[in-house]
Design a protein around this ligand. Structure first.
Ligand code: ZN
Length: 270
């Protein structure tokens, strides 16, 4: 699933092409994953002018001039792709947005977990208030405090919880733990303050590097130009089960933790 660096990459590209543009019309090819459904979705968005594309956690927020917004969650395989005016829809394309600046944007989703939603200013406020702090915009000290409780929770579960800290998913949770030398299975209560500071420092550095590399294409992720992210070759544990650790040569372990495949080195991580 695309995480903070991938969604941030998509956000930057969307913002560069459609900030200031007006939605002329929307063509829905495959209905069902937009809210409200069908014509109500189209009618509530056509004619709206986008003033900015923002990101909160893994959610994209297309802000309109009148205060409302369209939110979009890529989930597993959702994609925004800019296409030419004579584009013919393919199998997993769900809808086309046509803008007054000539841009044509397709929303495509193979696995169909992603969604787009028209929201009022009030609804948006409510949605955004449920997320924890943005790691790139919050100090290491403040982030370390956010993951202090509950003490029985594992580090992996804390990192994945969007109410604790926003934007981290399976890939970057595993990578951050490796960089910090801490096992993802460890309980929060078994970390001291220095451990928490170290982990959060690694989280921030990791996400910053991954944004610079335009994210990781470990599974299906591509950006709005159909390009893969550059961070894949920089992964040290994720997707490397059984391979020797880059530091100590111990084979990387893969277990299930917090319902997710979890990778770590039993040599380097304590
Ligand atoms: Zn190791």
């Amino acid at each position: 699933m695309p995480e903070l660096p991938e969604v941030e990459t998509v956000r930057t590209q969307l913002d560069a092409q459609i900030r200031g543009a007006k939605i002329l019309d929307i063509q829905i090819w495959k209905s069902g994953r937009e809210k409200p459904v069908g014509d109500r979705f189209r009618n509530s968005l056509e004619g709206k002018k986008i003033i900015e594309i923002q990101r909160r956690a893994k959610l994209l927020v297309f802000r309109f001039e009148d205060g409302g917004a369209m939110t979009a969650h890529l989930k597993m395989t959702g994609r925004f792709v800019f296409v030419d005016a004579d584009y013919e829809p393919s199998k997993h394309d769900r809808m086309l947005f046509r803008f007054d600046n000539g841009a044509h944007l397709v929303w495509n989703d193979v696995r169909q977990f992603g969604f787009v939603q028209a929201v009022s200013e009030k609804e948006l406020e409510n949605i955004l208030s449920k997320y924890g702090p943005e790691p790139l915009e919050t100090s290491v000290e403040n982030l370390a405090v956010c993951i202090e409780h509950p003490k029985t929770r594992t580090i992996k579960a804390a990192l994945l919880n969007q109410e604790v800290i926003a934007g981290i998913g399976n890939i970057y949770a595993d990578e951050a733990c490796f960089r910090a030398g801490i096992r993802p299975t460890r309980r929060i209560g078994k970390m001291n303050h220095a451990d928490r500071l170290n982990l959060m420092r690694q989280v921030k550095e990791l996400l910053k590097e991954a944004v610079e590399q335009r994210g990781t294409s470990a599974n299906d992720y591509v950006d709005t130009e159909g390009k893969k992210g550059g961070f894949l070759s920089l992964l040290r544990v994720y997707g490397r089960a059984g391979e020797p650790c880059v530091n100590c040569k111990t084979p990387i372990k893969k277990i299930v933790l917090a319902q997710r495949g979890t990778h770590y080195c039993s040599g380097c991580q304590r």
